[in-house]
Design a protein around this ligand. Structure first.
Ligand SMILES: CC(=O)SCCNC(=O)CCNC(=O)[C@H](O)C(C)(C)COP(=O)(O)OP(=O)(O)OC[C@H]1O[C@@H](n2cnc3c(N)ncnc32)[C@H](O)[C@@H]1OP(=O)(O)O
Ligand SMILES: O=C([O-])CC(=O)C(=O)O
Length: 371
């Protein structure tokens, strides 16, 4: 048997949801650059699930369907109020609340295609409600109900803050959602596929995926980037901070990627958004610091920023609390997880690789009194 640590380079499935070929990311063949510039998040979700862009009627109907499904069962919200809010990270709250949603869906274990599509809409529609509700509940505020007439991106910011966002924020947030929606067989998507390949249910697959996204080597890196920027504090400290960290073999969050070795195509969009938004907020220091870190890490290690690096200063500039950054990633990636789960169900086989055994052999049983 031969092994590849971390399954690097191993092709584990076929998929037509998204591709990374020669450093170019596409969703069902559409270049991420085009989608970032032109698509609404709702259009991207439709594309990922239906493998085609929606026409006007299809998009209108899909938006209405999402809006109609956005209410979270009262029992789930009531239970969120009992979480030990002082010690619970919003990703842990999200993981638990999404698992809880499954308890209140009578179709949770119904594997019919229509039932799965219904669950898909509910999960996509309800994840913003959960994330924003938790953010408010822990501050002693009541959750804000979504407005049917607002877009997905606008509604998230509205439910988070209780005031309708301005157009610039909505445009930026929509673009961030589009950029995070899917990414081939990343760790959380693989987790979701492994889970449902046992013919477990969609809620279990999504709950498992949220758990995988939470880690700082994956989606959790965006919050850690902001923690690093806050610790550095000023562009004048950036070079020495990074050099010192690298010398101590500390990983710089937001840099490096398992697949992209010549740069993540999403990062340039987020970099430009960071530049524009920090200028608007009068806090260019976050962008200046980020650019300096980017320069030092590239020079010292040859590593380039990934999607998590500039998204940190983008979300910060939108006034979002730092521990909500990764839940926002989950709000967007829900679309990709679902697309992959549906694809897995369509052509399923149990995912069960092998392990090369490295433990001791031919051990002799030792009675308790002799151990
Ligand atoms: C949405 C996403 O999930 S994007 C990724 C988000 N995660 C991060 O930003 C965390 C920081 N980055 C990393 O930890 C890694 O680059 C990963 C997890 C993204 C990719 O990991 P892998 O493909 O397994 O690369 P691996 O960790 O083996 O790195 C290879 C070498 O580069 C170094 N390296 C990789 N990333 C970094 C980094 N961010 N800072 C410093 N050194 C790094 C490693 O220490 C290793 O060096 P070595 O060969 O001297 O031991
Ligand atoms: O693909 C990966 O390994 C991680 C990533 O960039 C993502 O999930 O967006």
């Amino acid at each position: 048997m031969s092994t590849t640590k971390g399954l690097e380079g191993v092709v584990a499935t076929t998929s037509s949801v998204s591709s990374i070929i020669d450093g170019v990311l596409t969703y069902n063949g559409y270049n991420i650059d085009d989608l970032a510039d032109h698509a609404s998040f709702e259009e991207v979700v439709f594309l990922l699930w239906n493998k085609k862009l929606p026409n006007k009627e299809e998009l209108d109907a899909f938006q209405k369907e999402l809006a109609a499904a956005s209410k979270v069962p009262d029992a789930v919200l009531a239970q969120m109020k009992t979480y030990p809010i002082d010690q619970v990270h919003p990703m842990a709250a999200l993981r638990t609340a999404v698992s809880n949603l499954g308890l209140f869906d009578e179709d949770a274990d119904n594997q019919d295609k229509d039932a799965n599509l219904k669950k898909a809409v509910k999960l996509q529609a309800q994840i913003p409600t959960i994330v924003t509700a938790f953010s408010r509940i822990r501050k002693g505020k009541e959750p804000v109900a979504p407005k049917k007439e607002l877009s997905f991106a606008a509604n998230f910011l509205y439910m988070l803050n209780g005031v309708e966002p301005d157009d610039i924020s909505v445009k930026a947030f929509n673009k961030a959602l589009v950029l995070h929606a899917d990414h081939e067989l990343n760790a959380s998507t693989f987790t979701a596929r492994v889970c449902v390949a046992t013919l477990s249910d969609m809620y279990s697959g999504i709950t498992a995926a949220i758990g995988a996204l939470k880690g700082p080597l994956h989606g959790g890196a965006n919050e850690q980037v902001m923690a690093m920027l806050s610790e550095i504090g000023d562009v004048s400290n950036a070079e020495s901070y990074i050099k010192d960290a690298l010398e101590r073999k500390v990983k710089i969050m937001g840099f490096g990627h398992r697949v992209y070795k010549d740069g993540d195509p999403r990062a340039k969009h987020l970099k430009e958004m960071s530049r524009q938004l920090t200028e608007i907020t009068g806090e260019s220091k976050w962008y200046d610091m980020s650019v300096k870190i980017d320069e030092v890490v590239t020079n010292e290690k040859g590593l380039l920023p990934n999607v998590d690096f500039y998204s940190a200063s983008v979300y910060h500039s939108l006034g979002i609390e730092h521990d909500i950054f990764t839940p926002i990633f989950a709000v967007s990636r829900m679309s990709g997880w679902i697309a992959h789960i549906l694809e897995q169900f369509d052509n399923n086989r149990l995912i069960r690789p092998r392990a090369e055994y490295t433990g001791p052999d031919k051990q002799k049983w030792i009675p308790m009194e002799n151990r």
